[in-house]
Design a binder for this molecule. Structure first.
Ligand SMILES: Nc1ncnc2c1ncn2[C@@H]1O[C@H](COP(=O)(O)OP(=O)(O)OP(=O)(O)O)[C@@H](O)[C@H]1O
Length: 310
């Protein structure tokens, strides 16, 4: 297992044009070993293009990618050795069995003989598909195909696993299985890059997050730090029969939500005190009074100025 402080990946100044379309403007980040890194952004933000550059499938117009200190711009050997890539589009041989697909991908990754047999058994177990190993992939659900797709990327024991929106259009059971698998791999020291446009996936899976929009990384850091820096700090209050809330010092925007109000404030403690005093003074029948937990949703809104669309 790699040491926590080891830098696995360094990405600097990636730019990419497709014709006149600027897919990437300037993507820069680095990852320490053992990180679970979430790439969050709407469709078209540039996530897939970034992943494809990291795996050497697409060439950047400028910038560089270093994997374990080796520049992969002109040498993709390190990618083949250290990286497992699960592309957005599932690529499997439908007529072949799951087992034979894994033999094909394992050999392509340079795993052979008894080691390959061993690994196939392990990854089938990990993906929960041991009992379907001999069935043709064409009989599988979308979620099962995705799991085989992930299994194929694990055969050569990659140190970095890159998954591009792996849960789009799959059943909840496979989704949970994939999450569990990713957590286990990460616990075993595999560094994860996970791209998605589902905020709740990043919240449960990732300890580091990059928010991507329109070809740039708009904010990046540990999840807790992003929530602290960009998340809305607010209080929700609901009082029976109250039609108007008095203005309180230290409160910014006030918005009606459900039967109550959300009061945005940087001074949560002070405003809470004032609300309690007002409640006692005016004999309010308080139904609910609570601090609103910052969410990635409002981080995204603060950072990009737009809501994250599905
Ligand atoms: N091969 C291509 N030719 C032309 N334009 C492309 C190509 N691939 C991507 N683009 C464009 O580049 C931009 C970034 O696309 P990219 O696929 O990297 O985004 P994404 O965040 O992964 O979104 P998605 O989830 O839809 O794949 C988009 O505007 C897309 O239309």
């Amino acid at each position: 297992m790699s040491g926590k402080e080891e830098t696995v990946l360094e990405v600097a100044g990636l730019r990419k044009l497709y014709g006149k379309k600027q897919a990437l403007k300037d993507v820069t980040f680095s990852l320490k070993a053992g990180t679970s890194f979430g790439f969050l952004g709407p469709n078209g933000a540039g996530k897939s293009t970034t992943m494809k550059i990291l795996t050497g499938i697409v060439k950047a117009d400028s910038g560089h990618v270093k994997l374990f200190g080796q520049d992969i711009t002109n040498d993709t050997d390190a990618v083949a050795r250290f990286v497992g890539y699960v592309p957005q589009d599932i690529t499997l041989y439908e007529k072949l069995s799951a087992y034979d697909n894994l033999v094909f991908f394992g050999e392509a990754y340079g795993v052979r003989g008894i080691d390959l047999k061993h690994r196939i058994r392990e990854v089938l177990e990990k993906t929960g598909l041991t009992d379907r190993a001999n069935d043709a992939v064409e009989t599988f659900s979308g979620g099962m195909k995705r799991r085989i797709n992930i299994a194929a990327a694990l055969l050569h024991r990659p140190k970095l696993l890159i998954l591009d929106e792996p849960t789009v259009g799959i059943d909840p059971q496979s989704r949970n299985h994939i999450f569990e698998m990713i957590r286990e791999l990460n616990d075993d020291g595999v560094t994860i890059i996970y791209s998605t446009h589902y905020m709740e996936e990043v919240e449960v899976l990732c300890d580091q997050v990059a928010i991507m929009d329109q070809g740039s990384v708009k904010a990046m850091g540990p999840l807790g730090e992003l929530l602290e820096t960009y998340g809305r700090k607010a209080i929700y209050v609901e009082v029976a029969g109250l039609t108007e809330l008095p203005r309180l010092p230290g409160v910014g925007k006030v918005s009606k939500e459900g039967s109550g109000w959300v009061l945005e404030t940087a001074k949560v403690g002070e405003v809470m005190q004032q609300l309690l005093q007002a409640a006692s003074l005016h004999r309010w029948d308080v139904k609910q009074l609570e601090v609103v937990r910052p969410s990635l949703e409002n981080v995204f809104l603060t950072v990009t100025g737009t809501a994250l669309r599905d």
